[in-house]
Write a protein that binds this ligand. Structure first.
Ligand SMILES: Cc1ncc(C[n+]2csc(CCO)c2C)c(N)n1
Length: 215
């Protein structure tokens, strides 16, 4: 157990982490001023991220070393597969993104990179590797969502994407992920650090891709 393990990894990547949580995408989303085309492009790619993410959660459930952790991860997977997936479907409808428009764009490079990283972490069968990626994917989202100025934007497409990542259940879950990584990470420090670093770089690239010309 090293209560500073997660903090140390975060400090090592503070520059990219901060650029991500203060990204143009976050600012435009939180002000409700993001162009529909940009929001749609983000959500189409992110829905594919969620698919791979659920695979990674499954690996974390399989590799966790306690029943308590498995229950917690399982409850979270239930939320992602129900409420969160429903949000995507409602948002696609509101933005006029039909099945064809969802299927047409190829994976942007960071989407492909994330899918590969999550598959790789799952394939290690290491709980620490899965936790390293989860700590970035969840911790970074909690961080920007908690900074969102109030009142939130009026439209549900914007407001709900913020509240999904800033609510008591999610905050608790991120605290749990931190404790778990502090507990099992130090024994596999190099592995955890490598996955953590690549996940932070991909989060930043994922936001950048929303505004890339070809993306
Ligand atoms: C690129 C990218 N990175 C992280 C998340 C965050 N995330 C993925 S699933 C999930 C569960 C609860 O919402 C959360 C927070 C995302 N959506 N897209």
């Amino acid at each position: 157990m090293d209560p500073a393990f997660n903090e140390r990894l975060r400090a090592e990547h503070a520059a990219a982490w901060t650029r991500a949580v203060e990204h143009r995408f976050v600012r435009e989303l939180c002000s409700g001023r993001i162009a529909d085309a940009h929001m749609a492009r983000y959500l189409v790619q992110d829905h594919r991220f969620i698919d791979a993410f659920v695979t990674l959660l499954g690996a974390a459930i399989a590799s966790a070393d306690s029943f308590a952790a498995r229950l917690r991860l399982g409850r979270f997977a239930g939320m992602v597969c129900s409420e969160e997936n429903d949000y995507f479907l409602r948002a696609f409808e509101a933005l006029g993104v039909d099945e064809a428009a969802r299927a047409a764009p190829p994976d942007a490079a960071p989407t492909a990179g994330f899918k590969a990283l999550m598959r790789e972490a799952a394939a290690t069968r290491s709980y620490a590797a899965a936790l390293a990626v989860l700590n970035v994917a969840e911790g970074l989202y909690l961080d920007w969502a908690q900074r969102a100025p109030r009142p939130l934007p009026a439209g549900f497409v914007h407001a709900e994407w913020i509240t999904l990542h800033d609510n008591p259940f999610f905050e608790d879950f991120v605290a749990f992920l931190r404790r778990e990584l502090d507990r099992v990470g130090p024994a596999e420090e190099a592995l955890a650090r490598d996955f953590f670093a690549r996940a932070v770089a991909l989060e930043l690239a994922f936001f950048d891709a929303v505004y890339a010309e070809a993306g």
